[in-house]
Design a protein around this ligand. Structure first.
Ligand code: OFO
Length: 165
C-alpha cells in the first residue's frame, strides 16, 4: 500500500510525464510543418515514449492500492525562434525531469517504501539516457548554428536516432 505522501508524489510525476509527452508532440508537429522529417519522426516517437512512462506510473499507483490522478496539463510554451533555443529548452526539461525522479527516490527512501524505490530505478536509468540524448542533440545544434546544409544533414541524422534510440 502506498503512503499518502508517496501516492501524491507519484501522481505529480504522472502529470510531469504527460507534459513531457505534450512538449515532444508540440516539437514534432512544428518540425513536421517546417519539413524537418527526421526531427519530426524522432519527436513523435519520444512523445509516445513519454506517454508510456506516464502509463507505467498510472498502472503502478493503481496496482499498489492507490488511485492514479489524471490531471489537466499546461500548454507547452516553447520558443521556436532558433533551433538552439528549442533544443536548449528540451535539454533543460529533461534535466528537470531527472530532478523530479531523484526527489521521488528520496521520498521512497524516507517512507521506507522499497517496492517504489525499486520501481523508480527504471526511471533513473531512463533519465540518464534521455538527458544524454538531449545533450548530444544540443551539441550538434551548437556546431551547426543556422547553417542550412548542416541542418539538412542534422535532420537526416535524426532519422538514425529514431531508428536506434
Ligand atoms: Fe519520461 O523520460 Fe523524459 O522526460
Amino acid at each position: 500500500m502506498l503512503s499518502d505522501k508517496m501516492q501524491s508524489a507519484l501522481n505529480e510525476q504522472i502529470k510531469v510525464e504527460a507534459e513531457s509527452s505534450q512538449i515532444y508532440l508540440a516539437m514534432a508537429s512544428w518540425a513536421e510543418v517546417k519539413g524537418f522529417e527526421g526531427i519530426a519522426t524522432f519527436m513523435f516517437k519520444q512523445s509516445d515514449e513519454e506517454r508510456a512512462h506516464m502509463l507505467k506510473l498510472v498502472k503502478y499507483v493503481n496496482q499498489r492500492g492507490g488511485q492514479a490522478a489524471i490531471s489537466a496539463l499546461e500548454e507547452p510554451k516553447l520558443d521556436y525562434t532558433s533551433f538552439k533555443k528549442l533544443f536548449t529548452q528540451l535539454y533543460k526539461h529533461e534535466v528537470r525531469v531527472s530532478e523530479c525522479i531523484n526527489d521521488l527516490v528520496d521520498i521512497a527512501l524516507s517512507e521506507k517504501d522499497y517496492a517504489t524505490h525499486n520501481f523508480l530505478q527504471w526511471y533513473v536509468s531512463e533519465q540518464i539516457e534521455e538527458e544524454a540524448t538531449a545533450k548530444v542533440i544540443l551539441d550538434k545544434i551548437d556546431l551547426i548554428g543556422d547553417d542550412k546544409g548542416g541542418l539538412y544533414l542534422f535532420d537526416n541524422d535524426m532519422k538514425v536516432f529514431s531508428s536506434t534510440g
